[in-house]
Design a protein around this ligand. Structure first.
Ligand SMILES: Nc1ncnc2c1ncn2[C@@H]1O[C@H](COP(=O)(O)OP(=O)(O)OP(=O)(O)O)[C@@H](O)[C@H]1O
Ligand SMILES: [Mg+2]
Length: 228
């Protein structure tokens, strides 16, 4: 039997206001373990809106989001929060790194919320800090670091609990080209190593090409690029 999908979208639609047209309608998608997808599309087409629905941070007006076969609509807010903690890792553009915690405290946070005990918690945190190349900064406060270093914290924190679904919204938007390339390589390597499913949202063609395939979000929905 084929692996079950990590993420399934069925006819998904979102409308912010009843008097305004839907941001999108009829979106369908399936992602299997180890599949890494880039979504591109013009500003305002609803890419961030879509990620918020996938993460259960917002609810659709029609259609379904299933994570590992569980329909998010069947869960109350507490259950969605638990599912998100366990199964989802995000890298958002405003990384939500906490400035007054140390680098290692920031990265350990998802494990603490999942009540992963010592010594496993410290071991996994240290392993992740090394993987993203910021182990020497472990004891520094996040507020003392550069933008690129903070972005690495955000990536380490999104992946430390080995989520099945990794969502990244412009994770390299504020990085120089070299840091951006390193960050994207790292994101890809971690997704593949954990056999997770990944979605990368980006305006950058070269960033999108680090994923396995690219789909476009526009007024027609989600679809592969038309051949040039
Ligand atoms: N909370 C909200 N309330 C009302 N409208 C919203 C809200 N969030 C987004 N929108 C609108 O929904 C549309 C899609 O916004 P969204 O942020 O998803 O676009 P995007 O594709 O991520 O754009 P960008 O590439 O600029 O990040 C836009 O027209 C936006 O103004
Ligand atoms: Mg956006």
């Amino acid at each position: 039997m084929a692996d079950p999908a990590v993420l399934t979208l069925e006819n998904l639609a979102k409308r912010y206001r009843p008097d305004r047209p839907a941001v999108f309608e009829g979106l369908n998608l399936e992602l299997r373990p180890g599949e890494y997808l880039a979504i591109m599309g013009e500003s305002g087409v609803g890419k961030s809106t879509l990620l918020n629905l996938l993460a259960g941070l917002d609810r659709p007006d029609a259609g379904r989001v299933l994570i590992e076969g569980t329909d998010l609509a069947t869960l109350d807010d507490d259950a969605i929060t638990l599912l998100r903690r366990r199964a989802v890792g995000f890298v958002f553009q405003a990384f939500h790194v906490l400035p007054y915690l140390s680098v290692e405290q920031n990265v350990a946070l998802p494990l603490e919320l999942l009540r992963v005990a010592e010594p496993e918690r410290s071991a996994r945190t240290a392993e992740m800090l090394s993987a993203v190349g910021i182990a020497p900064l472990a004891r520094r406060y996040a507020r003392e670091l550069s933008g690129g270093e903070v972005q690495r914290i955000a990536i380490a924190r999104a992946l430390v609990h080995r989520p099945r679904l990794v969502l990244a919204d412009e994770p390299t938007g504020n990085l120089d080209p070299r840091s951006a390339a390193q960050t994207l390589a790292l994101l890809r390597a971690q997704i593949k190593a954990n056999c997770a499913a990944g979605i990368l949202i980006t305006h950058s063609r070269s960033a999108a090409e680090t994923a396995d395939r690219i789909v476009i979000l526009d007024g027609q929905g989600l679809h592969p690029e038309a051949p040039a």
